[in-house]
Design a protein around this ligand. Structure first.
Ligand code: ADP
Length: 468
């Protein structure tokens, strides 16, 4: 079986969020002696592409409406990853120092067309085409409807929704950008009067998955306008919980952390990493360290952070350290708090992969008061690193974290994304930190929880077989 994943992000090449982690891990765990999983992604102008060398294996041109663009397919000269990865270089559109920003309709349309045009030249077509999020959402439609891709009609294709908030909407004025198709079926592209790539993919894909069973259920009532569509298509929709890549997220071998550790050496390992964080960010080593890592957007509840952090810090029991970027106002508010709470609070506004690993290793608690959390990888990384998750019970957080008040519980959960509930959850963490025996016992328990990819990778394979 040959599986082709088509995605805008893939770790370690280009990462904005969890999509990259999933597409960078899933192919590794799907591949075995009879299954080959490969990735096609855009060629961006970033650190990874600057630091590595590539060779061209195919060159052609593609049209988007009346405009012609040259494109190339590139491969890495050295095999750096555990799976084959192909890069689509549409220099004029895709090769930017950002993943998402301006002109994304044309950019990602060019990516999808180039990927399919190139696949048409293959001697043996793939057995499964697996698309990820709206950036590749027009592929299931084009496979089904576009004249030039008729040869692909019988290839099963799957869409995974990593985040339904973003749908790639564009105006019907741009419908001519899509390769010629039977115009009687233009309605497949439409949702509420706009071309909606995510909706088109949900309608046309043979199978639709999302990244946790709870999120799949929640989407039927909260999917940024797609609720009815997801309810109507529910017979082909499945929730498959993401795993984490233990080859990268491993406390024993992690090259980013200040001190590696095992279950036996967890206390010393976490202490050394916490000390580094406290020294670097001027925090109080004796107080529990609550951390947040992520995008500062409404979905993560970040608009509530300034008030919630202020309330908890005023009580004097906790340190808080934040790593993230996003909303300008929230960033400014979070910066301001530094003066008032010097010595117990700090924020690194930006993206830093190395620092994120050190925080997972050095923090005592990880905050995730998300309004929406399709799966959430951070809580799984934090469990793996012995850091107790403090989460709102929603989506994948609900599927992976059990409150300490329950049998076998190991996390701190709250029902709603509200300031008062975030503060109560932090208070509970501060209390737990004081009960050292229980606190250390939970740490040792969570580091052993198995969220590896093996089971989930197999679930996807079963799905491909079932829709074949
Ligand atoms: P989402 O995809 O919604 O952003 P996930 O929890 O699925 O959230 O994945 C987030 C991933 O991005 C994690 O690997 C997390 O460590 C990483 N991440 C997010 N923000 C930052 C940041 N500012 N610096 C480093 N890593 C970050």
């Amino acid at each position: 079986m040959n599986i082709i994943h088509i995605s805008a992000e893939c770790y370690p090449v280009a990462k904005v969020g969890g999509l990259a982690d999933v597409v960078g891990a899933l192919p590794k765990y799907q591949s075995n002696s009879t299954i080959k999983a490969q990735v096609i992604m855009p060629f961006y102008d970033n650190k990874f592409t600057q630091e590595n060398t590539f060779s061209t294996i195919y060159e052609s041109e593609l049209s988007i409406g009346d405009d012609l663009y040259n494109f190339r397919i590139l491969v890495l000269k050295e095999k750096l990853l555990d799976f084959d990865i192909f890069f689509v270089d549409v220099s004029e559109l895709l090769f930017k120092d950002y993943v998402y920003s301006f002109n994304d309709t044309e950019r990602f349309l060019s990516f999808q067309i180039a990927a399919l045009d190139w696949l048409l030249t293959w001697d043996a077509y793939p057995n499964v085409i697996h698309c990820h999020d709206h950036h590749t959402g027009l592929i299931p439609f084009m496979l089904q409807e576009s004249d030039k891709y008729e040869a692909f009609r019988k290839i099963p294709n799957v869409l995974t929704i990593h985040n339904a908030q973003y749908q790639g909407w564009f105006s019907h004025d741009k419908v001519n950008l899509i390769p010629a198709f039977n115009f009687n079926n233009v309605g497949l592209l439409d949702w509420n009067g706009q071309i909606n790539p995510l909706a088109a993919a949900i309608k046309c894909a043979w199978g639709v998955t999302t990244v946790s069973p709870s999120y799949m259920e929640e989407l039927k009532t909260n999917a940024n306008g797609l609720e009815d569509l997801l309810s109507a298509e529910s017979s082909k929709c499945f929730g498959v919980l993401n795993g984490i890549d233990w080859k990268i997220w491993n406390t024993k071998t992690d090259t980013y952390v200040k001190k590696t550790y095992t279950t036996k050496t967890i206390a010393a390992g976490k202490k050394a990493n916490k000390k580094y964080l406290c020294d670097t960010f001027n925090l109080d080593i004796d107080k529990p360290l609550f951390a947040f890592i992520g995008r500062l957007v409404g979905e993560k509840g970040s608009d509530l952070f300034p008030e919630a952090f202020k309330n908890s810090l005023e009580k004097g029991g906790a340190n808080i350290l934040l790593l993230g970027s996003g909303n300008d106002e929230v960033e400014a508010e979070l910066e301001k708090l530094k003066v008032q709470f010097e010595g117990v609070y700090n924020a690194f506004i930006g993206y830093d992969e190395t620092l994120s690993h050190i925080i997972y290793a050095g923090a005592d608690f990880l905050l995730m008061p998300s309004r929406v959390e399709p799966c959430g990888l951070n809580q799984m990384y934090s469990l793996r690193y012995g850091t107790i998750p403090v989460v709102r019970s929603i989506g994948g957080l609900k599927d992976t974290v059990i409150d300490i008040s329950e049998e076998g519980g190991f996390g701190i959960c709250h029902e709603n994304t509200e300031v008062s509930e975030i503060n109560t959850a932090i208070d509970r963490g501060v209390e737990l930190y004081k009960k050292k025996t229980k606190f250390y016992k939970i740490r040792k328990q969570i580091i052993e929880i198995d969220h590896s990819w093996d089971a989930s990778a197999q679930e996807y394979i079963n799905l491909y077989k079932s829709i074949n």
